[in-house]
Design a protein around this ligand. Structure first.
Ligand code: NDP
Length: 502
């Protein structure tokens, strides 16, 4: 088997072995199965454009089989009788296996998604196992409450029940980590799951499936269904046997999922959608630190992050200094394939996504924005892949598409501001509200901004930090529901109230 590896890259033996053992199958009821109609689709390496391997495409019938297996496991299998402590033990075992296979998983992630191997290995992988450990701790601690009521001789208490069969639909920017964001709390709470990774990046979810079986999760508890949004994702969202869908991705698809829930069984839905997050540098900030922070906020993961600090507001007195520093930092960034020794950011995920990003840049240019650095696709040895220069543009007009829509590429819109009122009004002038950043040495200004900005997460003098214990999610069209932390338990449990006549 010849893999589409960039020049000079070599894979570990275990990674190659995983890739070369034939087309990847669906995990249904504890077994790896061919799809019923035998269909497959290719997954590509975005650094070379070459096909890595064929992967099973789950159709509606495969989804139904998986729902059936998940329902049986939820209602009758050993999982349904397992204590929270038992579930926690399995989650910890899975975390151990992820750590044991971290090098291999990181390579698969870099191959399939393109992100630098160092980022996969030191970022995505440890956070993935940390998530499973964090929720392993919660599994045995799902308490209800006792409720004092006004009616006499009544004892009222609540139980926290799992929701049932949950569909977890994952995007391609943090393929394995997002599986953990959803699977870990879902399983800790006693649900059974259908996991659908993105079509672009199915490999680490499939390897995770093997580790789930090795850890000893009972059959049917986790089912993995690879395939495109339509038919696979849509079939999960519309299925009458799915009790809840947790989704991360675009606002457009989030709407479709809500619609499918409304048209089927009114399944519960939680949505983590797009963003166009404001990142603010005040004149009193530690400006050189803020410039570095703003660079990473805009360009890490090649800007393909829902929280990307893609609208940079700079207070007038330091505007020129920040733009100059930002351009210098952007030019220093090494754009390269993820296995290269010198690499800060990898490729865009696909030709489609690259074209989408380039479309925004072209439209911006046609409408008078000034590209101060970047804006071009990389050629030479990188011409086969989907590489784009880190791009900074400046603007005064907030209504342009490039300024207000989520681009999901290494592109940042920089603009000056002069007053508090102007800043808050422009920062909040967005249909999104996922995250925000603020750089200042004035502690009250920082808290005031955190109070006034419409966002689910605010970072002060930093950007893009996450922890399994810290809740995360959006306001406005960035979605609803909070993943991570104790709050995520609310997404995967429902409260039952019990009245006891005394
Ligand atoms: P999508 O929203 O299409 O994909 C996210 C997930 O939803 C994928 O697993 C996808 O499947 C699945 N999906 C697609 N259509 C349906 C459907 N009708 N029913 C159920 N599931 C579906 O994102 P794209 O990959 O198309 O990226 C487009 C834009 O979305 C980006 O430019 C970016 O703006 C935004 N995005 C935001 C993310 C975030 O973290 N907030 C993450 C990814 C994208 P499949 O991939 O197999 O088609």
């Amino acid at each position: 088997m010849t893999l589409p590896l960039p020049k000079g890259a070599e894979l570990r033996q275990d990674t190659s072995a995983f890739l070369s053992n034939g087309p990847k199958k669906l995990l249904i009821n504890g077994e790896w199965m061919e799809p019923l109609d035998g269909e497959t689709f290719p997954t590509y390496n975005p650094a070379t454009g070459g096909e890595i391997v064929q992967v099973a495409l789950a159709g509606e019938e495969d989804v139904s089989q998986a729902v059936h297996a998940a329902r049986a496991a939820f209602e009758h299998g050993p999982w349904s009788k397992m204590s929270g402590e038992g579930r926690g033990r399995l989650l910890n075992k899975l975390a151990d296996l992820i750590d044991e296979h971290a090098d291999e998983l990181a390579e698969l992630e870099t191959l399939d998604n393109g992100k630098p191997l160092r980022v996969s290995r030191r970022g995505d992988l440890p956070y993935t196992s940390l998530h499973f450990r964090y929720y392993a701790g919660w599994a045995g601690k799902l308490e209800g409450t006792t409720v004092p009521v006004s009616a006499p001789n009544q004892f009222v208490y609540t139980l926290r029940d799992p929701v049932g069969v949950v569909g977890l639909i994952i995007p391609w920017n943090f393929p394995l980590l997002m599986c953990a964001w959803k699977l870990a709390p879902a399983l800790a709470c006693g649900n059974t799951a259908l996991l659908k990774p993105a079509e672009e990046t199915p490999l680490t979810a499939l390897r995770l499936g093997e580790l789930i079986l090795e850890a000893g999760f009972p059959e049917g508890v986790v089912n993995i269904l690879t395939g495109p949004g339509e038919p696979t994702g849509a079939a999960i969202a519309a299925h009458m046997g799915v009790d809840k869908v947790a989704f991360t991705g675009s606002t457009a698809v989030g709407r479709k999922i809500l619609q499918a829930a409304a048209d089927s069984n009114l399944k519960k839905v939680s949505l983590e959608l797009g963003g166009k997050s404001p990142n603010v540098i005040f004149a009193d900030a530690d400006v050189s630190r803020a410039i570095k922070g703003a660079t990473w906020a805009a360009f890490s993961t090649a800007g393909q992050e829902c929280v990307a600090g893609s609208r940079l507001f700079i207070e007038k007195p330091v505007y020129d200094q920040v733009i100059e520093g930002l351009v210098e930092q952007a030019k220093r960034m090494q754009v390269n394939h993820g296995f290269a020794e010198k690499v800060h950011i990898g490729p865009i995920i696909s030709k489609l996504q690259l074209d989408r990003v380039m479309g925004y840049i072209e439209d911006g240019k046609a409408n008078g924005v000034e590209i101060v650095t970047g804006g071009e696709r990389l050629g030479g040895e990188l011409a086969e892949g989907y590489f784009l220069e880190p791009t900074v543009f400046t603007h005064k007009e907030d209504s342009l598409s490039i300024v207000k829509e989520e681009i999901f590429g290494p592109v940042v819109a920089a603009t000056p501001f002069e007053s508090w009122e102007e800043l808050v009004s422009r920062a909040n002038q967005s249909r999104y509200g996922l995250a925000a950043g603020v750089w200042t040495k004035d502690v009250s200004k920082a808290h005031r901004f955190a109070r006034d900005v419409q966002a689910g997460t605010v970072w002060v003098n930093g950007y893009g930090m996450f922890d399994p214990a810290a809740p995360f999610g959006g306001v406005k069209e960035s979605g609803f529901g909070r993943e991570m932390g104790k709050d995520a338990l609310d997404l995967y449990t429902q409260v039952k109230t019990v009245w006891v006549g005394l």
